[in-house]
Design a protein around this ligand. Structure first.
Ligand code: C2E
Ligand code: CA
Ligand code: CA
Length: 710
């Protein structure tokens, strides 16, 4: 019977794969199976760290350091080890844990490994340098004797050495070199002879390099130590840790110079790569927040003439794409966006970085940045216009941009970024897909999320919330059919805050349930008041937004019934708006309360339709009776002639909706041309600034009366 495939076997298999991958690039003297034994404890530690409750970076670092210990000092060895962890750790050691979390954990472990590796390598280098310096001192005696003896003696002492060793006279003429040095330079012994040390200048020589040399050959210094680059005959560069010592003859007179050099080229490359990885985003290859911050700080620390402009971009609705199409599609989208952004900022002094998630930033520097940054923002917006094709779908990408412009010396990098972030947020609150300029006054009112979150519960008790109503107009005859209730917060310090500022926070803390109930109660009462004042005219219906958390709350149906009964309002007068993204992938349990409400006669509207990429055919499953087309569709109709693709899409949606017996409402109608266009396309009702901005309840009454009499 075959042995059962337990965790221990799987761990062993992981160690085998790891050792096979790394072994060929190590300088270990072990055999491959011995090397595997050596890796096994590290593999075990990685598995423990992967499955541990809390993340422990120390374990990752220790494993990185152990690699150096195991003679895996070739940069390729680290790279292969990381690849192995990336591809196999979760697979062989992840047990049945949540894949997403395990993957995140594994990638954090890789970072810790790389850090521990770099640290250990640095320490080792320091130790080696120390050893070389010691060797040089010892060599002084040995070589002096060797010279007095014979050239053959010199060879036997130095030929086998792993470090490069060379000797020259005090005029710099090369006399002797060992094989290691020849191999490092890629030069034959003949070519090396007759060369002069002074020829070996390199543009990256540290300023003191040749001063130290002169002091040494003049007998004023016994030795020196530095990092130095050399050109090889083929034009490539050799980096070394160089120690040069002065050799004196038996009478103590300076006679020769002895150089010991260690090839550090690979290690420098590794450091460069580690630095690259620490400062670049792995997904898009763009500079990351760290590098951007460094760069911005440099710009802000330059002389007063230095100007800068910064565009802070956050994609609109990215979360929806991620949630509905999956992370792989989300990643593809980010990569495409990164490419497009990069092509917007190619001039010298310009830079694009990814700050994290769907947040990017573009920087421009120079003396006349005011116009430049506006142009940059426009270029970015234009670059996002063309839809992105992913898995055969065309995704529309939109973004909100916050612009900050200024001079060096006024603010520090953190302040500038914060201001850009706040400004971006303003663009987002204004509906997104636009840019806004930083405004110091608005900044001053900027509120931390934390401050708002903690103030929310008291605000509800103190009655700081109020509702504005925005009419829903029938496209056929222009009459007011209803109104959407939109909640606002009259904050004692910050003034009126829009829902985008606090609804997400209320959702996060659960306060949305009582707040939503309050909005529903107020709006239903308002509907009743309109009806009483409206007399014979058709009753105005009320639309109320429901958050996903409210949908899952067990009291939803009963609360709604109670509220309607208490106000004496028919269910038919109420429409609950649920976003498309909240219903994507909804199972029957989630849909049950909505279905109950729909059966009672309450309308359910699918809000922001078209942003969630839900399957149109799926609509049949959902208890909805209204589609609310997202504002992005109407935006395509702002110009004349309207974007033919947008027209076709809307036309298709409308006819499908009608065939499913769904009414179609459009949002964000800002011009008469749009309204006309949408009417022709067959939409039923519309909402937008063209008719009215959200406002106090009295205003709606006036509007409704005006169209009843006019
Ligand atoms: P929504 O449901 O999509 O609401 C429509 C938003 O579009 C409103 O923003 C409205 O002011 C804005 N708008 C209306 N006409 C136009 C126009 O012609 N052009 C442009 N550019 N914008 C227009 P608002 O009031 O900031 O609300 C934002 C979101 O906050 C709402 O989006 C809704 O999802 C949420 N929300 C508002 N009130 C409530 C509430 O009581 N409960 C819950 N759960 N969410 C709410
Ligand atoms: Ca809505
Ligand atoms: Ca909407």
């Amino acid at each position: 019977m075959a042995a059962p495939d337990g965790p221990e076997d799987r761990l062993r298999r992981f160690a085998t794969i790891w050792s096979r991958a790394v072994f060929p690039v190590t300088s270990t003297s072990l055999t491959r199976p011995e090397f595997e034994e050596q890796l096994l404890p590290s593999a075990r530690r990685l598995r423990e760290a992967l499955l541990a409750r809390a993340f422990d970076a120390d374990t990752g670092r220790a494993v990185g350091a152990a690699l150096v210990e195991a003679h895996c000092t070739d940069p390729e060895a680290l790279s292969r080890a990381l690849d192995c962890v990336d591809a196999y750790l979760v697979l062989y050691c992840g047990e049945d844990g949540p894949q997403e979390e395990l993957r995140t954990r594994a990638s954090r472990l890789q970072h810790a490994m790389a850090a521990g590796y770099a640290q250990a390598l640095r320490e080792r280098t320091l130790a080696e340098q120390e050893a070389i310096a010691q060797a040089a001192l010892r060599a002084q005696g040995v070589v002096a004797q060797a010279l007095h003896a014979s050239e053959a003696r010199f060879r036997t002492v130095f030929e086998g050495a792993a470090i490069g060793i060379g000797m020259a006279d005090l005029d710099g003429n090369v006399l002797q070199v060992n094989g290691a040095l020849l191999r490092m330079f890629g030069i034959s012994e003949q070519t090396m002879h007759g060369r002069n040390v002074r020829e070996w200048t390199h543009p990256e020589d540290a300023p003191q390099t040749w001063k130290l040399y002169d002091e040494l050959v003049r007998g004023e210094r016994e030795h020196y130590h530095l990092e130095k680059a050399f050109y090889r005959p083929d034009g490539t560069v050799l980096w070394t840790n160089l120690t040069v010592s002065l050799l004196r003859d038996a009478d103590g007179e300076p006679q020769y110079q002895l150089a010991l050099m260690e090839d550090t080229t690979e290690r420098r490359l590794l450091n460069l790569r580690l630095r690259y990885e620490a400062t670049h985003d792995a997904l898009t290859g763009l500079p990351n927040r760290t590098l951007f911050f460094e760069r911005l700080e440099k710009v802000l620390g330059a002389g007063e003439k230095q100007g800068f402009g910064l565009c802070y971009l956050d994609l609109d609705g990215f979360k929806t794409i991620n949630d509905s199409l999956g992370h792989a599609a989300g990643d593809q989208l980010l990569v495409e966006v990164a490419d497009r952004l990069q092509s917007c900022a190619t001039a010298p002094g310009e830079m694009v970085a990814r700050l994290g998630g769907d947040e990017f930033v573009a920087l421009t520097t120079g003396t006349e940045t005011r116009d430049e940054v506006d142009e940059l923002a426009t270029r970015i917006q234009n670059a996002l216009v063309a839809p992105v094709r992913i898995d055969g779908r065309e995704l529309t990408v939109r973004g909100s941009i916050g612009i900050v412009e200024g001079r060096a010396g006024e603010h520090n990098a953190a302040e500038v970024l914060r201001s850009a972030d706040i400004t971006m947020y303003r663009a987002k609150s204004a509906g997104g897909n636009r840019f806004e300029l930083a405004d110091p006054e608005a900044d001053a009112r900027a509120i931390t999320r934390h401050g708002l979150t903690t103030a929310l519960p008291a605000a509800l008790e103190r009655g700081e919330f109020f509702i504005e109503y925005q009419p829903l107009v029938h496209l056929g005859d222009g009459s007011v059919r209803g109104a959407e209730a939109l909640v606002r917060w009259l904050h004692p310090q910050h003034g009126v805050l829009g829902p985008d500022r606090f609804i997400p926070l209320a959702e996060h803390t659960g306060l949305i349930v009582p707040l939503g109930r309050w909005v529903l109660e107020q709006s239903v009462r308002q509907a009743r008041a309109w009806r009483e004042r409206g007399g014979d005219t058709d009753p105005v219906r009320i639309n109320v937004n429901l958050s996903p958390c409210q949908l899952t709350h067990p009291g939803l149906v009963q609360d709604t019934v109670d509220i309607l009964e208490r106000a004496g309002v028919e269910p038919q007068a109420l429409c609950l708006e649920v976003t498309e993204s909240a219903l994507i992938g909804a199972d029957d349990d989630l849909l049950k309360p909505l279905r109950r409400l729909a059966e009672m006669g309450i309308d359910i509207a699918l809000d922001d339709f078209g942003t969630g990429y839900s399957n149109l055919a799926n609509l049949r499953r959902l208890p909805v009776s209204v589609l609310k087309l997202d504002r992005s569709f109407t935006q395509g109709m702002q110009q004349f002639p309207a974007d033919p693709v947008d027209l076709k899409i809307v036309e298709g949606i409308v006819s499908l909706a009608h065939s499913l017996d769904l009414a179609v409402t459009v949002e964000g109608v800002e011009t008469g041309a749009q309204a006309e266009q949408l009417r022709i396309l067959g939409c039923d009702t519309a909402q937008g600034w063209y008719y009215a901005r959200p406002g106090p309840p009295e205003r709606l009454h006036e509007l409704a009366l005006a169209d009843a009499t006019g």
